[in-house]
Design a protein around this ligand. Structure first.
Ligand code: ADP
Ligand code: MG
Length: 588
């Protein structure tokens, strides 16, 4: 039963391997010319190998037996030529095949990279970056390495085997046939003997175990044995076990002592049989033919061994390939909106928005409604985890809502193309990510080269970043290191503010944009932020209430709902949640 189910799963594996290979084939066919060339070179290399064996016949028969001097002089040139051909062919196919596989790997990597870039934010919630990284780096390599190895083995070794068979049968089909029949018998007998030997060794181990167990029982249960008068019984039992151990040992020694002569005998029978065939005057076998046939037989072993193991390696590569195709077949971020807008005025409205992260049971936002007129500032306050960032995530359409509507200038944002929507929004968030590039390029990120140096400096000055940038030796050309490690959290935030200032988008999201700043620096860029907010619709999330007092409207969010809504003064007068937050100043 178990075997059957194993077989079934193997069939399954094989068929999915082939389906995957079919999907991979367009990538390969693209390089059909080089591939064709490699196949010819693989066959040529196998041909050279075969010829090097085949030349033994004329070398022995013509050269040495008949003393043909001419041939003996030509032979080295011929052999040299073959080895040269083999070298050239091997070099050629190695280079061509790695050229092909390198290109295939690069194409797959690029496809994966583009796929990852175009995937939605929620995709990254579900997949760990480490896993995705190894897909791009490791799995793509696996695919190429295993398929080119498989190709080399299948083509080259099959051609070599064909060549060897041809040489054998061409020289003497009778001898070849008898060798081909006798070889499996000899191999079979030898493996039979060694299996028997292994079984005996195992039996010996067992009886050794029984022996120690018997002694151990006696030693531990000595009191019981004498109380119950079982001395004789135990003694007989021990004798039985001990005798079995002795006999097993004896058998092992006799088999191992016999096995070497038996194997040698079997081999010599084989050789005797072959010699008998060879000596048959009807066959008229020359020393050269005999040597060639025999050498071919020995040479056959290696390629046959490689061919039998090629499937395992190939399947490993195709398994990696299958995961890659599975990734590529997953949907990327949908961009179905048709409307494109140059620049919105910036009226934002949320209408009864309810939103659920896929991985959570409870909605993160429940029935949220509010509106912000163009150019005004709305502040979101509430404990951490209340849903403030989620509101901004929906405005940028990092996630799509299932209920309700979000409108910008009375247009449902689902009808806007993603790029045109995101072009309207500048985002300064609590975790500013910088790219491993210069400060200037980080400020102009996404539009590198579109701004003049003076524009960049102006933005940096407004963001209160100019002074610290000038302190670096390379100033705006300073590389910030991986993820901006060379900069402090506050400095990174100021670069992000400069970025937003430069982009001049009509809608601004400040999600705890000053959280990494101390009170001093915060006060210093408060002006910068205020000038940034001027003329833009702003959504400000801040944990220090002092920074949002001037907002036109404040929403107090708790557990995904709006608890209170109004201006600073109005909310204070309410003497409710906001009031207690403000007086306790405990928002986080
Ligand atoms: P805030 O910004 O107010 O601190 P968030 O909007 O980040 O809160 O989070 C609101 C709720 O949604 C929290 O309970 C949080 O755990 C959950 N949440 C946030 N992001 C995700 C996500 N990507 N997947 C699942 N749940 C999330
Ligand atoms: Mg947040």
């Amino acid at each position: 039963m178990q075997n059957e189910s194993n077989d079934l799963s193997n069939v399954d594996k094989d068929s999915s391997t082939w389906r995957t290979f079919l999907k991979l084939s367009p990538y390969i066919i693209e390089h059909k010319f080089l591939l064709f060339l490699s196949i010819i070179l693989l066959v040529l290399s196998a041909f050279a190998d075969t010829s090097l064996i085949a030349i033994l016949k004329p070398l022995l028969d013509k050269g040495f037996a008949k003393g043909d001097q001419n041939f003996l002089l030509m032979a080295p040139i011929y052999i040299f030529g073959l080895v040269f051909l083999r070298g050239v062919a091997n070099y050629g196919y190695s280079v061509f095949l790695s050229l092909i596989s390198g290109k295939i790997v690069m194409k797959m990597r690029q496809k994966l990279f583009n796929h990852f870039v175009d995937s939605s934010v929620s995709y990254y919630d579900k997949n760990s970056t480490g896993r995705l990284l190894s897909r791009i780096t490791y799995d793509t390599d696996q695919v190429a390495a295993s398929s080119s190895d498989a190709l080399i083995i299948i083509i080259r070794e099959s051609a070599f085997i064909c060549g060897l068979f041809y040489t054998m049968f061409y020289n003497s089909w009778q001898l070849s046939l008898s060798l081909l029949i006798i070889t499996p018998i000899v191999i079979g007998l030898i493996s039979f003997v060694s299996i028997k030997f292994r079984k005996l060794a195992k039996a010996m181990q067992n009886s050794m175990g029984n022996l120690t167990m018997s002694v151990e029982q006696m030693l531990k249960g000595h009191r019981e044995i004498i109380v119950f008068g079982a001395q004789d019984e135990e003694s007989k039992n021990f004798e039985k076990v001990s005798n079995k151990f002795r006999r097993d040992g004896m058998r092992l020694v006799s088999v191992s002592a016999l096995s070497t002569p038996i194997v040698q005998l079997v081999i010599s029978f084989g050789i005797a049989f072959v010699l008998l065939m060879a000596s048959n005057p009807d066959l008229n076998i020359t020393p050269g033919e005999f040597t060639v046939v025999f050498s071919s037989l020995v040479a056959l072993m290696q390629p046959i061994k490689s061919l039998t193991s090629v499937n395992a390696g190939f399947q490993k590569g195709m398994a990696a390939c299958q995961t890659l195709f599975a990734i590529l077949e997953q949907p990327i971020e949908q961009d179905n909106g048709k409307i494109t807008i140059e620049r919105v005025k910036g009226n934002i409205e949320f209408r009864n928005v309810t939103f659920n992260y896929e991985s959570r049971k409870e909605p993160a936002l429940k029935d949220i409604s509010f509106s912000v007129p163009a150019g005004k500032t709305i502040a979101l306050v509430g404990r951490s985890g209340s849903g403030k960032t989620t509101i901004t995530n929906l405005l940028t359409r990092f996630y799509d809502i299932s209920q309700g509507e979000i409108l910008i200038d009375n247009l449902n944002i689902e009808n806007l193309s993603l790029s045109s929507l995101r072009d309207q929004i500048a985002l300064v968030s609590q975790n500013v990510h910088l790219f491993n590039d210069t400060i200037a390029n980080n400020i102009t990120y996404g539009r590198i080269g579109e701004y003049s140096q003076s524009q960049i400096e102006e933005a940096a000055k407004k963001a209160n970043a100019y002074d610290f940038i000038m302190q670096f030796e390379n100033q705006f050309d300073t590389r910030v290191g991986e993820s901006g490690v060379l900069l402090s959290g506050g400095q990174r935030q100021r670069l992000a503010i400069a970025r937003a200032l430069l982009r001049d988008n009509p809608i601004l999201i400040l999600d705890e944009a000053t959280s990494a700043l101390d009170t001093e620096s915060e006060r210093a860029i408060q002006n910068a932020l205020e000038s940034l907010q001027k003329g833009r619709t702003s959504i400000v999330i801040a944990h220090r209430l002092s920074t949002i007092e001037k907002a036109d409207e404040i929403l107090v969010i708790d557990n995904g709902r709006i608890l209170e809504q109004g201006t600073h003064e109005k909310l204070l007068n309410n003497k409710s949640v906001y009031y207690s937050l403000y007086t306790g100043n405990k928002l986080q």
